[in-house]
Design a protein around this ligand. Structure first.
Ligand SMILES: [Zn+2]
Length: 392
């Protein structure tokens, strides 16, 4: 056959073009054919956005209520007890479950496993004709959560209110308060929220301490509004049938944040050891972001700083990918920090408010998820890209 010899010259051109362009690009990995490669890319992308959602919920002031489990009446009473508390205190526990009875016996009214944020209330300990006692027990247990604040970082530092000199010393609000400083704190907390005048009479110093605890941080005050409370309840209710999944997610979130700090720290150290200062800067930004998120429940401004650090890291990475000059790298990471903060912190909060006013708690939840998934990523990336284009 003479077919090849008779082919028109254009055939060669057509044939050669892809060959030439293949030489310009890195050879395709034979292990990764096109289909699965695209799938992997999509999975990586969605995995990273999910991580971003975790980071956003770590950095934002908390407004997701505990997941409440019980009969409809018990649940309503538990919500009412939580609504009576300042937002930043109501959101400390992860779940509050009312059980028909306790294997420990009817005398134990409630148990708070602070380390995992799980509160159990013993329904057999009450006459349900008198809901106030039930609500006061919920408040007492939430008091424990605000003494030993839940979360890995606060558990490590063991910071707690009952170590304050007033607690464990007389003027006690009840006999039970005398048993140990932690119970004094929880009992004082209960009386402070249900009968403040009584506490003021018995122990003004402890009352003063409780009022200090009630003072929200500026950022916490920002979310103590119906839009965030109702959205926070809606999200909490989504876990109603699977409270364990909520605890699991919470653990994953904390591990992810810790991992970010550890990974960043090790990158920073390796960068310093090898004299690679960009790597050191990248690692430091990640470590700072992780540490900031871990400490945000106690120091809310660190949540803002953490989203800024994540954005700066995104900007720096983008600049490296595009082979930018050192000056451009500075510009890109600075812009990334600003864009990352606007997108990762301001956007989710604003979208909750906007979504809630449009469609109630469902709208607020959509706003939170959309803002958390995409806000930080696109905020940081777009701002850094703009800075790179402007400084070219
Ligand atoms: Zn107690």
């Amino acid at each position: 056959m003479q077919v090849t010899a008779k082919l028109p010259p254009t055939w060669n051109v057509k044939y050669r073009l892809p060959v030439k362009s293949q030489n310009d690009q890195p050879a395709p990995d034979p292990q990764q054919p096109r289909g699965p490669g695209a799938l992997k890319k999509a999975l990586d992308y969605s995995g990273e956005r999910l991580l971003d959602l975790g980071y956003a919920t770590s950095a934002l002031p908390k407004f997701i209520y505990p997941t409440v489990v019980g009969t409809p009446q018990q649940e309503a009473m538990t919500w009412a007890a939580l609504d009576n508390l300042p937002m930043h205190e109501a959101v400390r526990p992860i779940s509050i479950e009312t059980m028909p009875s306790f294997k420990e016996g009817p005398n134990l009214l409630g148990v708070n496993r602070v380390a995992i944020g799980h509160i159990r209330i013993n329904a057999s300990g009450y006459d349900m004709e008198f809901p106030s006692q039930f609500q006061e027990t919920v408040t007492h247990e939430v008091g424990h959560s605000n003494d030993y604040k839940s979360g890995m970082f606060s558990m490590l530092t063991r910071q707690h209110g009952s170590s304050h000199s007033h607690f464990g010393k007389p003027g006690f609000v009840s006999d039970y308060a005398e048993t140990q400083p932690a119970e004094d704190f929880a009992e004082t907390y209960r009386v402070h929220h249900h009968n403040p005048q009584q506490l003021e009479r018995i122990n003004p110093a402890k009352a003063e301490e409780m009022r200090r605890l009630d003072q929200p941080h500026f950022l916490e005050k920002l979310v103590d509004k119906p839009a965030y409370r109702e959205t926070g309840k809606y999200v909490a209710r989504a876990f109603h049938s699977v409270p364990l999944a909520r605890a699991g997610l919470e653990l994953v979130r904390q591990v992810t944040v810790a991992n970010l700090a550890i990974m960043g720290g090790s990158e920073a150290i390796q960068g310093v050891v090898k004299g690679d200062w960009e790597r050191a800067a990248e690692g430091t930004l990640l470590a700072g972001a992780g540490a900031g998120m871990a400490m945000a429940p106690t120091l809310p401004w660190l949540g803002v700083a953490a989203t800024a650090a994540l954005g700066a890291n995104r900007g720096l990475k983008l600049a490296q990918e595009q082979g930018a000059s050192p000056a451009q790298k500075v510009a890109a990471s600075t812009a990334g920090a600003v864009g990352g903060t606007v997108g990762g912190f301001v956007a989710p909060l604003a979208l909750v408010q906007a979504g809630y006013s449009l469609a109630g708690p469902i709208g607020g939840t959509v706003g939170l998820v959309v803002g958390g998934l995409f806000g930080g990523y696109y905020g940081g990336k777009l701002a850094a890209q703009a800075a790179l284009s402007l400084t070219k």
